[in-house]
Design a protein around this ligand. Structure first.
Ligand code: F2R
Ligand code: MG
Ligand code: MG
Length: 352
């Protein structure tokens, strides 16, 4: 479909759920041979497996809260979103949340809390979390707001409810912008070469803020850490077929920090736009992206979830095998919600 088509909305939200569900199998694994990944994905095609057999984790649980909040409030409402995070966690605490964020989610449940950003600020001795929990749920901001200024503003605030460190919330901004550009057709062939440059120039502005400069110093990162990683993505892309999985992990990372996973997810999408050695010829680009994200090991559910959202916004819903969708808990809901977000997006500019 054309820019911001319904198919792209559905692709983004459904493929994000898929990445979380299929990636859960390997989360935390150090080495994941491609054979094992393909075996896992082939297993989804076995008709005898029941519907919704693969459960979603915190990535999807929190994304669903973001979606419901944006839809119900027709824009960003921090109180409403915070309440939904807390309620979801108290109903289903066993979805594999990060070890630190559960303290924030418990505090957000307090009826006496006035400042919903305060619990996140208290994390890690006041430094805030740099985990990828803000980024893993950032895609819906690109499906609710069409203006990049709004996307930057609200994806940042949405992440800051749990992640007050700029190395955490700027990962959410980067992920939301990547989904936005993809949704607008930024990975379609004529625009493809400028995709990464657009992200770099957006992030140069984002990372120029004082808080980002100061957090980079605290964590001994370079001045513009996300921009640096995006430059590494660009360098790896230029090397084309000669890049090994080990090099991707060593250059970009595959860990739980936003800095070590959001640029990695973006690389997965870009690398898999073309057929690749070691991946089945019958696979389309979305299937390649999923398989490749899983083969990196590490934070596989989250990297596949984020790569899924960006890739799904490019390829659209028809690129996602139906049999895969049927295996994943929450895929059907994501599809319905994508249609609602599409209506909201095209109705009127959403207010904050
Ligand atoms: N938590 C996991 N996976 C671990 C195992 C789960 C297992 N399958 C199970 O069921 O038990 N996955 C999920 O967590 C990631 C998102 O985490 P989030 O929301 O960012 O959490 P948190 O706690 O804020 O940060 C994660 C960890 O990063 C380290 N960290 C963060 N900021 C830090 C700081 N300023 N200083 C030091 N360390 C910091 C801590 O170890 C945090 O616990 C996703 O992968 C999701 O799938
Ligand atoms: Mg998870
Ligand atoms: Mg994870």
């Amino acid at each position: 479909g054309g820019p911001a088509s319904l198919s792209r909305f559905r692709g983004a939200l459904v493929a994000a759920v898929l990445g979380d569900c299929v990636g859960g199998e390997f989360e935390g694994a150090e080495e994941v041979p491609m054979d094992r990944v393909l075996q896992h994905l082939n297993g989804l095609e076995d008709e005898s497996r029941g519907d919704g057999i693969l459960q979603y984790s915190d990535d999807t649980a929190m994304t669903r809260c973001v979606v419901q909040s944006l839809l119900t409030r027709a824009g960003f409402d921090e109180q409403d979103m915070a309440r939904r995070f807390a309620k979801e966690y108290s109903h289903s605490p066993g979805r594999g949340y990060g070890a630190g964020v559960i303290q924030v989610l418990r505090k957000l449940a307090s009826p006496h809390l006035n400042d919903v950003f305060q619990p996140a600020r208290a994390q890690f001795s006041g430094h805030g979390s740099f985990g990828n929990g803000g980024a893993m749920r950032a895609a819906p901001f690109a499906l609710a707001f069409s203006n990049p200024v709004d996307i930057r503003r609200y994806s940042r605030l949405g992440a800051m409810l749990t992640h007050s460190c700029s190395l955490g919330y700027n990962g959410a901004v980067l992920q939301a912008l990547a989904v936005h550009i993809s949704l607008q057709g930024g990975l379609d062939l004529p625009h493809r070469p400028t995709f990464i440059n657009k992200l770099i120039s957006e992030m140069e502005e984002v990372e120029a803020e004082d808080a980002a400069r100061s957090d980079s110093r605290v964590f001994s990162e370079s001045e513009f850490p996300f921009c640096d990683r995006l430059h590494r993505v660009k360098d790896l892309m230029e090397r084309n077929n000669s890049v090994s999985i080990e090099e991707v992990i060593s250059e970009l990372g595959n860990g739980i920090a936003a800095l070590h996973s959001v640029p990695t997810a973006i690389f997965c999408v870009l690398h898999c736009l073309e057929p690749r050695e070691g991946l089945p010829e019958r696979y389309g680009g979305l299937e390649r992206t999923m398989a490749y994200s899983l083969a990196l090991g590490g934070d596989t559910d989250t990297i596949a979830c984020m790569a899924g959202a960006i890739a799904g916004a490019h390829y659209g819903i028809d690129a996602i095998p139906q049999i895969w969708q049927r295996c994943c808990e929450g895929a059907e809901d994501a599809d319905i919600n994508a249609e609602r977000l599409h209506t909201l997006y095209h109705q009127a500019p959403a207010e904050g």
